[in-house]
Design a protein around this ligand. Structure first.
Ligand SMILES: Cc1cc2nc3c(=O)[nH]c(=O)nc-3n(C[C@H](O)[C@H](O)[C@H](O)COP(=O)(O)OP(=O)(O)OC[C@H]3O[C@@H](n4cnc5c(N)ncnc54)[C@H](O)[C@@H]3O)c2cc1C
Length: 471
């Protein structure tokens, strides 16, 4: 196996549980992939999760104690930019299945805004329910399944319409809807309307905090894998895969060669193709990130905040032009004395030569936008992580692989690599997509397929009906 991120850990566990002898190679010094850069005591990437059912099912399959998941209430607090003091606006939606009704969310909106919110929420639910059985909780779709989806449910997903056109809701609410596309690495202005289904995952089923954070989850999965005799070779960077007769025989790494009967790559698909020497038509990369890990002087509780810039569209013009945005949307996650500040960035590792200077700009923007109840946010120390740092674990720092632009672009590649019979490709850059729960689902099943194990949706479709709440 190559890669000890969440997908790689899930894959190693499935294979080891089925009796395979597994060795995992990873370039980093510890498990967690995108969560494992920077400071050792907290995640450098994922902070909150969706789809709690996947975490519960995975823990159950592995005989681990149930994960401690707590619903984030509100899901997130959105702060609109205030040109003058007192002019700002805040919106803190509750997830429908967690709150039990739409009332607490609608009470914060005008009547017209509320009507638009309800209709867009219903549309995202319909798109999600239509797409999930084919694109999320099933093996990569065959051409026949794709055609069946396209001719029936696909027609209801506004094919041919861009997301930006589809969610138009005025200056305050449009960016709210657009930003869900970034969860798959899209530029929201180039994303197809069907990515609107992502909104339902968060606004319908909720956002969840995992006790101890995501890096601790990687630690628990790693420990379980050790108990199943999985061997981990950290600090081992793969350079090349040796292929003969349509099979991978071994890997050249900077710590020597490794041989195996079968292979799983849980690193980016583009990296795997590079190691195999398979040239594919280059596709545009999805977005990268620039983040700050912050140790705070005081415990500020648990919360998720988003601060809009004065002009959301300009942020994306900067990113498209290959610049770090001058006035970006700020994503702030607070967890006790730790905070994580994230902005979208172009997938260009070569671009920042002074990450601390850009980090200081972000801290200044943050302090200017913090509402009174969060001030002052006193910082003990901090560490910047730019696209160059994320390029250590991904192709060019693109957090979710290729950009899901245009209708076909939103389809994720499957788990096989052309003409290689003993290699499975899993992880956030392939089916069913990015984010921790889907990456784990990919690892669990992509690796399982290599051994002929049955597909296991990890309880993905087991969600409450509208009106019911999660336990
Ligand atoms: C800033 C940020 C915020 C995010 N926020 C969230 C969030 O809140 N919620 C959420 O669900 N998701 C979030 N994500 C996305 C989520 O982190 C990823 O989708 C998920 O971690 C991907 O896991 P993976 O195992 O597929 O890939 P990775 O974590 O990238 O693992 C790939 C592994 O392969 C290894 N590798 C690469 N090249 C080599 C090589 N040559 N040799 C050996 N090993 C190699 C890497 O070291 C790495 O360990 C966020 C990501 C980032 C970066």
């Amino acid at each position: 196996m190559i890669g000890a991120g969440f997908a790689g850990l899930a894959a190693a566990l499935r294979l080891a549980q089925a009796g395979a002898q597994v060795t995992v190679l990873d370039a980093l010094e510890r498990p967690g992939g995108k969560a494992a850069l920077g400071y050792e005591d907290f995640s450098s990437g994922p902070t909150v999760v969706t789809m709690p059912q996947i975490f519960r099912a995975l823990h159950e399959r592995l005989d681990l104690p149930a994960p401690e998941l707590e619903a984030a209430r509100p899901t997130t607090t959105y702060h609109a930019h205030a040109a003058r003091p007192g002019e700002g606006r805040t919106f803190a939606p509750e997830a429908l299945h967690v709150a039990g009704s739409l009332e607490p969310t609608l009470s914060q909106l005008s009547k017209t805004e509320g009507q638009r919110y309800s209709s867009l929420l219903a549309a995202s639910r319909r798109m999600y329910l239509d797409a999930a059985p084919t694109f999320l909780f099933a093996p990569p779709p065959t051409s026949a399944r794709l055609a069946r989806y396209a001719l029936t449910r696909g027609l209801r997903a506004a094919p041919g319409t861009s997301l930006a056109r589809y969610v138009r809701s005025g200056a305050f609410m449009t960016p709210f809807w657009l930003r869900f596309a970034t969860y798959l690495g899209a530029d929201p202005y180039r994303a197809p309307a069907v990515l609107h289904n992502i909104a339902w995952v968060e606004l319908g089923y909720g956002v969840w905090h995992l006790q101890g954070g995501l890096l601790a989850l990687a630690g628990r999965l790693h420990q379980k894998a050790l108990e199943l005799d999985v061997r981990f070779e950290y600090g081992t960077r793969v350079r090349h895969l040796m292929v003969h007769g349509g099979r991978v025989l071994g890997a050249h790494t900077d710590r020597g060669a490794f041989a195996a009967d079968a292979w799983v790559s849980a690193a980016d698909r583009a990296l795997t193709l590079g190691w195999l020497g398979v040239g594919e038509k280059p596709t545009p990369r999805g977005v990268s990130g620039f983040a700050l890990q912050l140790h705070l002087k005081e415990d500020r509780g648990r919360a998720h905040h988003i601060f809009w810039p004065a002009q959301y569209a300009r942020e994306w013009q900067d990113i498209r032009a290959g610049h770090l945005p001058r006035d970006p949307t700020l994503y702030l996650h607070l967890d006790g004395q730790r905070a994580f500040l994230l902005v979208n960035a172009p997938p260009k590792p070569e671009l920042e030569d002074a990450p601390r200077a850009y980090g200081l700009l972000l801290l200044k923007l943050l302090q200017d936008r913090l509402p009174p109840e969060l001030q002052p946010l006193e910082i003990e120390d901090w560490l910047p992580l730019g696209p160059a740092e994320y390029a250590r674990v991904s192709q060019g720092g693109a957090l979710y692989g290729r950009a899901p632009h245009g209708l076909g672009g939103s389809l994720r590649p499957g788990w096989t690599v052309p003409q290689i019979r003993n290699l499975a490709q899993v992880g956030g850059t392939v089916h069913p997509g990015g984010g921790v729960p889907l990456s784990m689902l990919s690892g669990w099943n992509g690796a399982g397929q290599l051994l002929g194990l049955r597909y296991d949706a990890l309880g993905g479709l087991d969600v409450p009906e509208v009106g019911e709440t999660w336990a």
